[in-house]
Structure formats: C-alpha cells, structure tokens
Design a protein around this ligand. Structure first.
Ligand SMILES: Cc1cc2nc3c(=O)[nH]c(=O)nc-3n(C[C@H](O)[C@H](O)[C@H](O)COP(=O)(O)O)c2cc1C
Ligand code: SF4
Length: 440
C-alpha cells in the first residue's frame, strides 16, 4: 500500500514540514530537578526524528518554575536555558525533522509540586479536584507576569533556533483553567462570558506576536470538548466548554495570529478520552500513584478510590472512554468541526497508528496532519513502517496506558510486556534513553 497523503509536505504560514505525522507531546522525567536539560532528553527526541516523523512537538515545557507539573521536566524560564534547547533542535534537525516547543504552565493542575512553589496559580482559588493541590486565584499582576513569561519563552525558543512553539491550551492546565466554564469562577474581565475567559490566551498570543513578530510558527493545543463531568466518582462539576464554544475560541486565535490548531480533549489529565485506553491499568496505577499521595489532599482519597473501589472507578472511567475499536481517530469529528470553521491547518491527536486510517482522514480533509504519542513510543519507526507500505507495525500499541501510569515514577517507554520477547527486552528498551549517558 502506498500512503501518498501521509508523505505530502505540509505548509503552514511560517513553517514547512516534510510529512503529515507529528510526534505528539510526550516525555519522561529525564531532565534535571532544577529545570535544566540533559542528554537523555536529546536521546529521547532523536529516537523519533530518526524514525521519520515530520516534526516533534515537545512535551510540557514550563515557562515559569511555578508552572511545573513534575520535577525533572526541562523549562524555558530563563535565557540560560537557550543553549540546551539549541542542542535539542540541532540533534533533531540532523534528521530533517522540525522541532516545536510546547510553552506550558500547569496552574493548579500538578502531579508533584516540588519544593519551590507549594501553591499553584490559577484562574480560581479552588484547588485541583484530581489531586487537591492548593492554589491562589491570579491577581492582575500575576496575569501580566505570566503572559510575559509565555512571550519570553517563545522568544527563547526562536533564539534557540527551534521551528515554532505550541501553547498548551488543553487538558486542564493553566490556559484551560481560564478558558473553561467549569473551572473559571472569576468576576473580573478574565471570567464570565467566553470572550472574557479567552482573554488570557489572547493576551498571550498578542504578547508573543509583539515579542517575536509575525514570522515565527505559533500553534495552540486545545480541548475542543472538555467533558469535565466524565467520571462521576471524582465530582468534578459541570461539563465545561462545548465544541461550539471552542470553535469560537479557535476563530479568535486565528484572528490574533495563531498558525495552526492541535485538537485534543478533556478538562483534566489524564482523561478517559485522552489518552484513551482499552482499560484502566489499576494494578499498575497502585504501584506508581503512591508517589503523589503526600502531595495533594485529594491524591490519597483518589488512591483509596482506586484501591477499594476499583470496579466502580474502572467502570465509570471505561464508560466515558471510546470503545477499543473507536480509540484510533476518536477526535476526528472535533477536528472536522474546527477545520470547517478556520482557515489555518488542523492537527489531530488520538490513537493513530494505521496508515490507511491516517491517509483516509487526510484525504477526506478531516485534518491536515495527525499527532501520535503512544503508538510512537511503542514503535519509534512507525513512519518508516508506512513508507515500506505496511498498514500497521508488527506489534502495535495496545493502548494499555501502562506507559502513562509509570511516567510519574519511572522512565518513559513502553511497559506492555506482551509486546516484547521478554521482560529484560522491555526493560532494555526503556533504559535505552540513557544511552549515551546523561552525565559523565
Ligand atoms: C506519558 C504521556 C505523557 C504526555 N504528556 C503530554 C504533554 O506533556 N503535553 C501534552 O499536550 N500532551 C501530553 N500527552 C498527550 C499526548 O500528546 C497525546 O495527545 C495523547 O496521548 C493522545 O495521543 P496517542 O493516542 O497517540 O497517545 C501525554 C501522553 C502520554 C501517554
Ligand atoms: S505501554 Fe506500550 S503498548 Fe501500552 S499504551 Fe504505552 S506505548 Fe502503547
């Protein structure tokens, strides 16, 4: 089979990418505690560049240390970070692959808060309902400083020679906390009607354009449907933004100078629909969730829920998730809705790993590119598999989500033992990210 649609170049306003497969945002806690980066991150990104993806979109890169979600994720909060990101970009560019850095701020939603800032910042003073980390509602001064931190981050990414930036406006992090009708409870000009809730991200876009000009690629990842009420046990409140509201936000983003939209879902992370799994890996979760128990006042409660009520939690989670055969391309209807409303390219995430499915979506015009996380963790060379004419890798990703639940405690890699000849082979694959070694 030839998948011509996959291998067409994609031209954004300010960036050309050699094919239609992007590595979606994903990384392990490979970097240093202080937010500096090391060789392991470079090794990680190079795996995918070598494997043939057109562009890599980095994982969550905090624009400020207070915006970190776990320690050991490299940041872009200071000019002294620029040389590291230059090295990452050069290593990836050596394989004709582009690198887009995800400018991020966790706000109140964090997994492990670290020692620097026990309290998060948010649109609201209500703590994150998943883990219960305390937070403060941002003052006008906090908002101005954070907007500037995003703009400075974009400027540093450009100085580092990277190919663009993505705003992490999805999955419950700070930008979602402003956008979401389920989370934002402000009464000032940043809360209330949709335009007010969108003001924070639009301020960021304007500040970035003022700082870097019109010629640097800028895209936004957004949860088109928030589905905040997906799991009843967690009492997270109303459903949040609808597709209609998010489409309006995308139109405003385009007008403000955003070059592409990256479609995702969910007002919190992980969410039953992102990344959607065949089952909730409760036993694996019990092994790693202890890392977070001492951090937030709800993490322990959720741990007990997982331990004592696995069936209830599991059933609600799975009821809210797509059926296993619907995981691949589950967000294509949202991508289609956004694409019909905007003139800029649309990238869609969610379960992609079959050449004919991706080519079909591109051919129909549902989206202009797909982004892939877990199936590329499982098969780093998936694009080369398609180039050889195969529809799927020999050992596809099973969507078991074991990689996801291990990431807070262990190095990121594929943890589905059934995909490997032995446990040793699985561990060797996980540990390969430390070769060449991060420290000498
Ligand atoms: C371990 C793990 C870490 C992730 N980290 C991020 C992240 O830092 N930023 C982000 O926007 N999405 C993140 N995601 C979501 C993925 O980028 C992707 O959108 C989602 O997993 C759906 O794609 P997939 O089905 O190809 O995995 C993460 C997903 C996984 C599994
Ligand atoms: S552990 Fe491996 S098979 Fe399971 S979801 Fe992650 S990448 Fe896919």
């Amino acid at each position: 089979m030839a998948f011509d649609e996959i291998f067409q170049t994609l031209k954004f306003r300010n960036l050309t990418v050699k094919n239609r497969v992007f590595r979606s945002n994903v990384s392990g806690r490979f970097d240093n505690y202080d937010g500096s980066g090391n060789q392991a991150r470079i090794n990680w990104e190079v795996k995918f560049a070598k494997g043939g993806v057109g562009a890599i979109i980095s994982s969550f890169v905090p624009v400020h240390p207070r915006g970190r979600i776990v320690p050991n994720y490299a940041t872009i909060d200071d000019d002294n970070r620029i040389p590291f990101w230059t090295k990452v970009g050069e290593a990836v560019h050596a394989h004709q692959c582009k690198y887009i850095l995800q400018l991020s701020h966790g706000g109140r939603q964090r997994d492990i808060q670290g020692i620097q800032y026990p309290k998060g910042l948010s649109s609201t003073g209500k703590s994150d309902p998943s883990n219960g980390f305390p937070c403060e509602a941002m003052s006008p001064k906090d908002i101005d400083e954070t907007v500037k931190a995003f703009a400075d981050g974009a400027w540093r990414a450009r100085e580092a020679g990277l190919d663009g930036v993505e705003l992490h406006g999805a999955n419950g992090y700070l930008i979602t906390q402003f956008l979401s009708s389920a989370i934002n409870d402000r009464t000032d000009k940043y809360g209330g009607v949709l335009l007010n809730r969108a003001r924070f991200v639009l301020d960021i876009v304007h500040a970035i354009r003022d700082r870097v000009g019109p010629a640097f690629h800028l895209q936004m990842k957004i949860s088109v449907q928030e589905r905040n009420d997906a799991v009843a046990t967690f009492h997270l409140g109303p459903s949040g933004n609808s597709a209609e509201e998010s489409v309006q936000v995308c139109k405003w983003l385009e007008e403000a100078g955003v070059d592409a939209i990256h479609v995702s879902t969910g007002s919190f992370f992980p969410h039953p629909r992102n990344p959607a799994g065949v089952d909730l890996p409760v036993e694996e979760l019990e092994k790693t969730f202890d890392t977070m128990i001492s951090s937030g006042d709800r993490a322990f409660r959720n741990y007990l829920i997982f331990r004592s009520l696995p069936e209830v939690a599991r059933r609600q989670w799975q009821d809210a998730a797509p059926k296993p055969h619907e995981i691949e391309g589950a967000l294509l209807p949202d991508a289609r809705t956004v694409k019909a409303a905007v003139g800029i390219p649309v990238i869609c995430t969610g379960g992609f790993q079959t050449g004919s499915v991706i080519a079909g979506a591109l051919k129909r015009g549902d989206c202009d590119a797909v982004s892939i996380a877990r199936p590329l963790i499982a098969n780093n060379d998936l694009v080369e598999v398609f180039r050889r004419g195969h529809d799927r890798a020999d050992r596809p990703c099973t969507y078991c989500n074991r990689c996801l639940v291990n990431v807070v405690e262990n190095p990121l890699g594929c943890y589905e033992e059934s995909r490997f000849p032995s446990r040793d082979a699985m561990v060797a694959q996980i540990m390969s990210v430390f070769n060449p070694p991060p420290f000498v």
